[in-house]
Ligand binder design. Sequence first.
Ligand code: ADP
Ligand code: MG
Length: 243
Amino acid sequence: MSVVRIEHVYKDYLLGDQKVQALKDITLSFEPGVFLAIAGPSGSGKTTLLNLIGCIDTPTSGKIFINDVDVSGKTPDQLADLRNRTIGFIFQTFNLLPVLSAAENVEYPLLQRRDVSSEERKKRVKYFLDIVGLAKYAEHRPNQLSGGQRQRVAIARALAILPSIVLADEPTANLDHKTGEEILSLMKQINRAFNTTFIFSTHDKRVIAKADRLVRVEDGEVSVLAVRSEEKKWSLARQRHRD
Ligand code: ADP
Ligand code: MG
């Protein structure tokens, strides 16, 4: 089984009457539990790829499977439901609601879930704030927290739905180097402890070094696919040949 499978995916954007080919013939699949970096320069298609995997957007052509379910032909409502149950998001700018406390931010995505009781919600909020080391900050608002602490709240919020995949678009881009490393280490600990799949984009070499799978995109195409062994050596699984 694969947690994500992408088959011959193209994504075009229309900019006025200009067509921008953001992704060209992407075929990839990932097994559950990977800690995967999508690397590439600005404009290469990283955010577009994450948005397709996250069912925020749909491909122009090609198919995407999440947990072996074809999501390509689903309606926006069906996709929203799938997202609420399956996919946790972490953003570069944290995207916390400023008027809510840390605990309320973590609880927020669960409010749309009728199958999660209020008792269960409170339990999860406490549990995940504890996991990210913010038990003491539950009542703090985002503006009373540092950047690293805000990203920890965002991680707890992503985990609260018990997702099978966490997607993070340049999660360390607004953090200093040391804080970024701590955030990555925390994500990796959670990945190892819960076997949650993490897919994150970055153009930071030090962040890439923490991954155990690497997809490099250039001009909307996969240029390198690499796997890291237990001995921390990368081996190429695929490399695009340029003539
Ligand atoms: P990255 O995240 O790697 O910086 P993006 O996925 O954001 O790259 O963008 C890939 C390409 O698609 C770029 O050329 C970008 O300008 C273009 N693009 C992204 N979003 C849109 C959009 N909504 N409308 C038009 N073009 C877009
Ligand atoms: Mg981007």
